[in-house]
Design a protein around this ligand. Structure first.
Ligand SMILES: Cc1cc2nc3c(=O)[nH]c(=O)nc-3n(C[C@H](O)[C@H](O)[C@H](O)COP(=O)(O)OP(=O)(O)OC[C@H]3O[C@@H](n4cnc5c(N)ncnc54)[C@H](O)[C@@H]3O)c2cc1C
Length: 673
């Protein structure tokens, strides 16, 4: 007998008590259909059932979740009007075909099993067919069941809403937002309340609320609603607060209006309990409890949503491809701007704590060296560097031990400084050094102590222990609710089908995917145990560079380094190690006796992901196939090819990527979580 996956709540108390089982796929009775479940919606009720606060009956070992959409895969012999392949939604209460709910014993996911499983056998009478051609995903369809019918019942279950009437929604939760969409599509005027200006701005922009009221800053929100309606009051209120808000609801309901009581989020103290009967009488209004609704209401709702083409809210996934310093910083920036219906997933071939020559981040020195110059690329990089410097300063102050970031002095000794360096030191304030915290100074001839060196400078900069820092970024991302997935993509568009409803893919893959402009710059360095109190860079007479980068948290010192474009040699070259160490012995203070005094930990070979013309930061729209097999358009934001400066430019780039997403309306100014 074939089995399917079923999740059951072993005991109430926590959603952690939900356990996976393999059980036989149900057989169908003559009047039943077998539903293959393709979409589930979560409601507050599901959490209450799991944690034991749901006040109505819950069966032992219940299968949670009341809302499901799916495809019919088998039909009982007596079923008419439905066929295999039909897309359907299941009614909340299996017995409630029309009229008010009859009892509390037949709702899915509490008194009877719900839909956290692959297949369910249901009476054919308990499902509603989604018309063919309807542009709704299974997730959107399932959202119609509890949230949708509740809102529809509030507006149409009694005296129906008419165009031009005014509806007030309390809060920006699922029922309010769904009700707002329905009321707008029906030609009503809408008012929505919240304690957060950001949430109000979001629902106004995204769902088109006509008016918003912040009940924190305007505690007498009823007076405000009366003002907005010229003193008449509103025709409908979706009452989510309960006893704590009902008085104000009655204060601003129109004579004869309807207050649909849905939630009980704000309870009044016993001594402040309003006299609802007296108040309702004074307005001749209807105060009506809503308990989801019948199959008849679900059918009406499905017709309305499908034929008015309302875009029902749906959870969205943003995929960041790449867990290098660019991908991790970008994912963290995006997390600050999510709506409650969005999440970020990092998909990558390599993650921190793994090593691959093609994963540049763990190999980075890394220190920050401002680069003077006037080309557009250098000017752009200077802007990113400045913003990154500020963020690193904050990180080094707040979490030095966890992050592996440390501020210290940097010194540079240049034997053949280019005109850009000389211009910069001539007018520091306007140069790439202008933003540095502890000023900037030219070293005196005595301090330089080497007649071959034409220019010596000192400034306050930072060093990063790259492997520690990458792990720190990943930890932060996960602790903020981010998810990760180890996967190697062939093309970025593939990411659209990896997770449900991926709207946006941010390509932080280092080299892009076969971009002909991308190339690698091989870097060979040497990690030694010898310590150094500052980061030092020396420009040699042949134009090559030597550097010493102390790795914070006693991570030794990186002696560098080479820049070898398009050199794919993966092996450390002994002669390069010899040159690096002998230069270091010559120039740097810790090894005056020659290379043999270095205590070498290991050679490092890494590939910097570079690109002709510089970093690619660009948005494009693509046609994609989603995880549900449906065609749609998606956003791809390319953010790759940073070459040898990824760490020191990372936060500036990440903020610009998030800025692009903000500009396109994909994320919000502030996270609304
Ligand atoms: C020796 C050396 C020294 C350096 N020193 C410094 C320094 O001092 N300062 C500084 O700022 N920078 C320095 N760098 C440069 C720095 O390391 C890079 O600029 C930076 O790490 C690039 O980050 P990234 O996120 O773009 O790429 P990467 O770190 O390479 O990350 C790319 C990510 O994309 C993923 N990916 C790629 N292709 C796929 C695919 N097909 N499917 C799924 N995932 C994929 C990878 O698995 C990885 O997670 C140095 C580099 C080297 C090698």
């Amino acid at each position: 007998m074939s089995t399917h996956t079923v999740f059951r709540l072993q005991s109430q108390g926590s959603h952690h008590n939900i356990k996976q089982h393999a059980e036989p796929i149900p057989t169908v009775e003559p009047h039943e259909i077998l539903l293959k479940i393709r979409g589930i919606s979560l409601n507050y009720r599901d959490l209450a059932v799991a944690n034991g606060t749901y006040p109505f009956p819950v069966k032992d070992q219940v299968i949670p979740c009341s809302d499901a959409a799916g495809e019919i895969v088998k039909i009982g012999s007596h079923v008419e009007g439905l066929k295999v392949g039909d897309r359907v939604v299941a009614n909340f209460d299996v017995t409630n075909l029309f009229g008010p709910q009859k009892d509390w014993n037949h709702g899915h996911g509490a008194p009877i099993d719900g839909f956290l499983r692959e297949f369910a056998a249901l009476p054919a009478s308990a499902v509603t067919k989604i018309p063919e051609g309807a542009k709704l995903s299974f997730a959107q369809m399932s959202g119609l069941v509890c949230t949708g019918v509740t809102a529809w019942n509030a507006l149409y279950g009694n005296i129906p809403l008419k165009p031009g009437q005014t509806v007030l929604f309390q809060g920006t939760g699922g029922v309010s937002v769904t009700g707002l969409l329905l009321a707008k599509a029906a030609g009503a005027r809408t008012i929505i309340t919240s304690s957060s200006d950001d949430k109000l701005a979001y629902v106004q922009k995204k769902y088109g609320a006509d008016y918003t009221i912040n009940y924190k800053t305007q505690p007498n929100w009823a007076a405000e609603a009366n003002k907005l309606t010229g003193g008449e009051g509103v025709d409908f209120i979706l009452e989510n607060g309960g006893s704590g808000t009902i008085k104000q609801s009655i204060d601003c309901i129109k004579m004869g209006g309807i207050i649909a009581v849905i939630g009980f989020l704000s309870a009044a103290k016993q001594e402040d309990m309003p006299d609802v009967a007296g108040l309702a009488l004074s307005k001749g209004c209807i105060v009506r409890g809503i308990t989801v609704g019948s199959k008849q209401l679900l059918e009406e709702l499905v017709r309305f949503v499908v034929y008015t083409s309302i875009k029902m809210p749906e959870h969205e996934t943003i995929v960041v491809v790449g867990a290098g310093v660019i991908g991790l910083s970008t994912a963290l920036c995006i997390q600050q701007h999510l709506t409650p219906l969005q999440s970020v997933v990092i998909v990558a071939r390599d993650f921190p704590n793994t090593t691959s020559i093609n994963y540049a981040t763990p190999w980075a020195g890394a220190h920050y060296r401002p680069v003077p110059g006037k080309t557009p690329q250098i000017v752009q990089e200077a802007t990113w560097a400045k913003r990154t410097y500020d963020v690193f300063q904050h990180i080094a102050t707040e979490e030095p031990a966890a992050s592996g970031v440390q501020f210290l002095f940097g010194e540079e000794y240049l034997q053949k400084p280019s005109p850009e360096y000389l211009d910069a030191v001539a007018d520091v304030s306007k140069s790439a050094y202008g933003h540095l915290l502890r000023g900037f100074e030219r070293l005196s001839v005595d301090e330089i102590g080497n007649s071959a060196v034409c220019l010596g400078i000192r400034y306050w900069t930072y060093c990063v222990n790259s492997p520690v820092y990458a792990a720190y970024l990943l930890r932060k991302f996960v602790l903020k609710g981010g998810r990760t997935r180890a996967y190697t993509l062939v093309v970025p568009d593939e990411a659209f089908s990896l997770e449900p409803n991926v709207t946006t893919v941010v390509n932080c893959s280092g080299l892009g995917f076969g971009d002909p402009k991308s190339f690698i710059i091989r870097g060979q360095t040497c990690l030694v145990r010898n310590t150094c109190s500052k980061t030092i860079t020396h420009q040699n007479s042949d134009g090559s560079w030597s550097f010493a980068i102390p790795r914070p948290l006693e991570g030794g010192t990186i002696i560098g380094g080479t820049k070898q474009p398009r050199d794919w040699n993966p092996n450390p070259m002994p002669e390069i190690r010899q040159t690096l160490l002998s230069n270091a012995a010559k120039w740097f203070p810790f090894a005056s006796n020659g290379p043999e005094t270095f205590d070498v930990v290991r050679d490092i070979v890494g590939r910097r992901p570079a690109r002709e013309g510089g970093f690619r930061l660009e948005a494009e729209m693509v046609s994609v196939v989603g995880a549900d097999g449906c065609n749609r358009t998606g956003n791809v934001i390319h953010a790759y090819g940073i070459g040898g400066r990824g760490v020191e430019l990372s936060w500036g780039i990440a903020e610009d990527v998030a800025g692009l997403l903000l500009k396109k309306g994909i994320i919000m100014e502030k996270a609304l979580l």
